[in-house]
Design a binder for this molecule. Structure first.
Ligand code: NAP
Length: 251
């Protein structure tokens, strides 16, 4: 145990979650790198360790109540009480509405929405005891609606509603809750989208960049930078917000 704050980042084996975990470690936090497969977290953990930070790999499914409870207990014992939470784990099950199965709908709701609910509920006691907490949940520009993503856009809009409610309920305990809504970020998730559309990833990146005012797609570090701010002590008067990180305005 140290007196450093402990952050828990879900879906942190790769992509945006890995960049956020590395950034929070660089900011001076101990970091629990949580993902479905514990061994997949080792790359992020070793990058943090090599930079002089402290991190542990934790395997858990964020949509499983028992696994979430065990993971949070283990993090509390091994790293210290988690008072910073980044709900980042996510999946895609895209399809046009008429082809979307109930299973596709439920899986997306389970991981994004139930996952964020379960994780937040499991850590909030530690935050209330510490009279300090930072909760950041990964929404998306898809929250505003996106073709082929009835499930995902509903979940991402739901996360913004959850965030506002958490801000209202938990604010008096020194806890803030905010969401980040990224646009096109270059990760395995967008690479998988390109593959599903039958496009080369570079082709999708070029067409995405052409529509973005700053004329490029985002990198995981662009999102990590905003997460770093929202998870900082100084951001204590920013709560209940959705911050769009999309290289321009979105509507
Ligand atoms: P990614 O590269 O696919 O990484 C997501 C991670 O979440 C994976 O390591 C995945 O593990 C893990 N995960 C999935 N289900 C899980 C579960 N039930 N429990 C624990 N971990 C789980 O995605 P990303 O692009 O970095 O996206 C991260 C977040 O940002 C997601 O919430 C995504 O919706 C959101 N976002 C991304 C973009 C973008 O353009 N990339 C834009 C807006 C929002 P497995 O590999 O084992 O499945």
């Amino acid at each position: 145990m140290t007196d450093k704050r402990t952050a828990l980042v879900t879906g942190a084996a790769r992509g945006i979650g890995a960049a956020v975990a590395q950034r929070l470690a660089a900011d001076g936090m101990n970091v629990a790198v949580l993902d479905l497969d514990e061994s997949a977290c080792e790359q992020t953990v070793s990058t943090i360790s090599a930079a002089g930070g402290r991190a542990i790999a934790v395997g858990a499914d964020v949509s499983d109540e028992d696994q979430v409870a065990s993971a949070v207990d283990r993090i509390d014992e091994e790293l210290g009480a988690p008072t910073v939470l980044v709900n980042n784990a996510g999946i895609l099950r895209d399809n046009l509405l008429f082809k979307m199965s109930l299973s596709d709908w439920r899986q997306v709701m389970e991981v994004h929405l139930a996952g964020a609910f379960l994780m937040t509920r499991a850590v909030q006691g530690h935050m209330v005891s510490a009279k300090y907490g930072r909760i950041v949940s990964m929404s998306s520009t898809a929250a505003l609606g996106n073709r082929g993503q009835a499930n995902y856009s509903s979940a991402k809009a739901g996360l913004q509603g959850l965030t506002k409610t958490l801000a209202i309920e938990l604010g008096k305990f020194g806890i803030t809750a905010n969401s980040i809504a990224p646009g096109f970020i270059k990760t395995d998730m967008t690479a998988a989208t390109a593959a599903r559309m039958g496009m080369e990833f570079e082709e999708l990146i070029a067409s995405g960049a052409a529509q973005i005012p700053v004329a490029r797609v985002g990198q995981p570090e662009d999102v990590a930078h905003v997460a770093s701010f929202l998870c900082s002590e100084g951001a204590g008067f920013v709560s209940g917000q959705a911050i769009y990180v999309a290289g321009g305005p979105v509507c």
